[in-house]
Ligand binder design. Structure first.
Ligand SMILES: Cc1cc2nc3c(=O)[nH]c(=O)nc-3n(C[C@H](O)[C@H](O)[C@H](O)COP(=O)(O)OP(=O)(O)OC[C@H]3O[C@@H](n4cnc5c(N)ncnc54)[C@H](O)[C@@H]3O)c2cc1C
Length: 251
């Protein structure tokens, strides 16, 4: 008899909702704990998983892809996804209650933290922050073990109120010297705002020492944001085919 090996990433694991934390009015963190309390699937910072919402009989109602929003080291017993409310799927996900059962499949994806110590320049638009947050947390763990990597994050949102994890990222930037945060608001900024205002463009980028043929650029956000970033990085002389990695939250 031939025994076929099942690729572990294709296996659906049942998880229970541990917690739902609202990060902004439209974004929530979904904390999931494996129902069997065994280890969570091994993943790399930046990877994503399928979240399956289930019918009462345990079959899949629908699934959608979500980047794990925390570093693997934070995930011994639970995973955390950062989800922005959009249509029917996310509305239903936002109504999950502690102890409800969902299924998770994965990890998938190649948008992962680059190996080595090359400085990283990141561009996140809105909820595109999730895989980059995972990578930043991973770098933080690496720094604690003697790593020496510089990370600069350009983080663009419309308003302060709809910027997930902004406070946490600001705190980290104050706390450590390896991480520089350039928060950007495109619509309305409070009077005491110390970040950038307006759309991220070449002129704004050039204020910071972020162009170098040895740097690695990572971006995730809405399609027009990513197209614009790719365009001005090219204009600035970045070899985007070699130096730029990206994740598109599209279909
Ligand atoms: C690699 C990757 C990573 C991503 N990471 C993130 C992330 O970290 N955070 C984030 O917020 N988004 C992320 N996204 C986007 C996310 O996958 C969804 O596209 C987004 O959340 C859509 O939400 P929605 O409520 O509009 O979904 P919908 O368009 O409502 O539905 C999504 C799925 O559910 C099905 N569905 C919806 N309604 C029904 C119904 N009534 N009956 C049966 N099936 C139905 C749809 O057919 C579809 O398959 C990522 C996308 C990709 C590709």
């Amino acid at each position: 008899m031939r025994i076929m090996a099942i690729n572990p990433v294709l296996v659906l694991r049942r998880f229970r909702v541990g917690e739902i934390k609202w990060e902004t009015a439209e974004t929530f963190s979904l904390v999931l704990v494996p129902e069997d309390l065994k280890d969570i699937p091994a993943f790399k910072a930046g990877q994503w998983m399928y979240l399956h919402l289930l019918h009462e009989d345990g079959s899949t109602w629908a699934k959608s892809a979500y980047s794990v929003a925390v570093a693997p080291e934070e995930c011994a017993e639970k995973i955390e996804l950062g989800i922005k409310l959009r249509g029917e799927f996310t509305k239903r996900a936002s109504k999950l209650m502690p102890d409800d059962v969902v299924a998770v499949q994965g990890p998938f994806g190649v948008f992962t933290l680059p190996l080595g110590q090359a400085p990283l320049v990141m561009f996140a638009g809105g909820i595109g922050i999730t895989p980059l947050r995972s990578m930043i947390q991973e770098v933080k763990h690496q720094q604690a073990q003697g790593g020496e990597r510089k990370v600069t994050l350009f983080y663009s949102n419309k308003y302060v109120e709809d910027a997930p994890y902004l406070e946490e990222l600001m705190d980290l930037a104050k706390e450590v010297s390896w991480f520089t945060l350039i928060p950007i608001l495109t619509q309305h900024a409070p009077t005491d705002w110390k970040g950038e205002q307006g759309r991220l463009n070449l002129e704004m980028l050039k204020k910071y020492p972020v162009i170098d043929s040895d740097f690695i650029y990572l971006m995730c956000g809405p399609k027009p944001f990513m197209e614009s970033v790719r365009g001005f990085l090219k204009e600035a002389g970045v070899d985007v085919r070699r130096q730029l990695k990206e994740e598109l939250f599209g279909t």
